[in-house]
Design a protein around this ligand. Structure first.
Ligand SMILES: [Zn+2]
Length: 129
């Protein structure tokens, strides 16, 4: 997570999954559908662990909306809305941070693969044949 702000100017600013969308932190962690599966899995896991009502808490933590000041979710910074009941907030906090790490890892891997492809993936593919 430490390299979130170290995007180089050479790096493609657009999301590789969503045409025309600027790939900023908010897009990656909140709007991008490429990572919705990871979030859904976390919701299921927490619902199974601490109860069905946590499903709503997790869902609203991941989304922009009424639970977030300014209507923008910042769960990926380690924040949990105050509206999450105290009994659930520790579990939810831990889980959303794991998801943020997982999403960042997926994103980094995708970027790396794309970079590799651009810089000679064609050649190494030909070499394999
Ligand atoms: Zn996207």
């Amino acid at each position: 997570m430490s390299n979130l702000n170290q995007k180089t100017t050479e790096e493609e600013p657009y999301c590789p999954h969503c045409k025309g969308e600027i790939e900023d932190e908010h897009h990656i962690f909140i709007s991008c559908q490429a990572y919705s599966q990871a979030k859904q899995e976390a919701i299921e896991k927490i619902a199974a662990k601490i109860g069905e009502e946590a499903r709503e808490h997790m869902t609203k933590t991941f989304q922009d909306g009424e639970w977030w000041k300014g209507g923008r979710s910042r769960y990926y910074l380690g924040w949990v809305p105050k509206t999450v009941p105290a009994t659930a907030s520790r579990e939810i906090h831990t889980e959303v941070m794991k998801v943020a790490g997982r999403i960042w890892g997926m994103r980094t891997k995708w970027k790396y693969e794309m970079e590799k492809e651009r810089e000679g993936g064609v050649r190494s593919k030909a070499e394999l044949e």
